[in-house]
Design a protein around this ligand. Structure first.
Ligand code: TLP
Length: 348
């Protein structure tokens, strides 16, 4: 019999706004943000800038737009950026790097999101008429494709030191940087010191319906506002959305620890099941990666779906489950039971 309970582990993007957010939306004081007079957007941007120790912030509709605007504002078409081959910016933004900033990518392999500083330095182009200009290094915190690992602060500091030597900009895709901060105890402003620009998402574990913020200094933001406009990302009474962000920054960060605990608990409950591989030690934030035989991830995804446990196959052998505010003990038990049940089926 198909289970009637649905436990949605597809992403932390599925989180819905809290009652407090909905109340804040209804009460929001708004203006026209493209004209620069939405007080609620301004308040959100100032709150974010203070939290990250930066000169200012800019509200954008999505994390992808935040990343692309940030890169476009700090590069010229034809430049080269150095980026991990598994970065979201490179893998999952629909080829935007080639269209928006129109830069080319020099991809490197990272170790759980940490780029090797020596490889970064070696990848920087000489100042030669034949070469594209290397102008920016992009990093990601937490690192999605290593199962939400936290990139060590020291590694980011090393990248910053190299960037300083060669006058490169550093952008951080900090979609889940609050997860990194909660897991590591490093304040987000410590991470942010190493970046010229940083995007973080309100619409993931922080539960907002829409939105991301880009932080940086005034000169960067002036250019970023122009790019956001030509991308069509200028919004009008966006204070209604920003109101949720203010609630999120006040009240939704500390609870990410619950998501990390739940992810760890799920890993412990399923790690002995045959034909799947997961080491609970690798689960340090809210993402659970499960390896299986090549070609089997989609089959498991469908079998789990039939049990009401929704998740994603991210590749032929990789299954991803993400914990968030709508996943509690009941959903963790549900998922664990579904894994046990499907392990007894002949799926091949
Ligand atoms: N990630 C989504 C999918 O696109 C894979 C998810 O469900 O995890 N950076 C990182 C590290 C992200 O994980 C995402 C979204 C983004 C940027 C883009 O954010 P949005 O979806 O707001 O454009």
């Amino acid at each position: 019999m198909v289970n009637s309970q649905i436990s949605d582990f597809r992403s932390d993007t599925v989180t819905k706004p809290t009652p407090e957010m909905l109340a804040a939306m209804a009460a929001a004081d708004v203006g026209d943000d493209v004209l620069g007079d939405d007080p609620t957007v301004k308040k959100l941007e100032e709150t974010a800038a203070a939290l990250f120790g930066k000169g200012g912030g800019m509200f954008v509709p999505s994390g992808s737009m935040g990343n692309q605007v940030s890169i476009a504002a700090q590069t010229r078409p034809g430049d080269e950026i150095i980026i991990d081959e598994n970065a979201h910016i490179f893998l999952y933004e629909a080829g935007a790097l080639a269209r928006v900033p129109a830069v080319q990518s020099r991809t490197l392999k990272s170790k759980n999101g940490a780029l090797d500083p020596a490889e970064v330095e070696a990848a920087i182009r000489p100042d030669d008429v034949h070469d594209p200009r290397t102008s920016l290094v992009a990093v990601e915190q937490t690192h999605l494709m290593s199962g939400g690992r936290v990139v060590p602060l020291e590694n980011l500091q090393q990248i910053r030191a190299i960037a300083n030597r060669y006058k490169l900009r550093v952008h951080c895709d900090g979609a889940r940087i609050f997860n990194a901060s909660i897991a590591s105890g490093v304040p987000v402003r410590e991470y942010a010191k190493n970046f010229d620009s940083l995007t973080f998402c309100l619409s993931k574990g922080l539960s907002c319906p829409v939105g991301s913020i880009v932080v940086g200094d005034a000169a960067f933001l002036k250019e970023a506002h122009r790019v956001r406009k030509w991308m069509g990302g200028g919004m009008r009474q966006s204070g209604y959305l920003a109101a949720c962000g203010i609630v999120a920054l006040r009240s939704m960060i500390d609870r990410l620890a619950d998501d990390h605990r739940n992810a760890g608990r799920l890993a412990e409950l399923i790690c002995e099941i045959p034909n799947i591989t997961i080491d609970p030690k690798d689960v340090t934030t809210n993402i659970v990666f499960i390896e299986t035989r090549a070609g089997r991830a989609k089959i498991l995804e469908a079998a789990l779906h039939a049990e009401g446990v929704w998740c994603f196959a991210l590749g032929p052998s990789l299954l991803r489950l993400v914990t968030h505010r709508h996943i509690g003990a009941r959903e963790i038990e549900h998922a664990a039971a579904a894994f046990v049940k499907i392990s007894k089926l002949n799926l091949d």
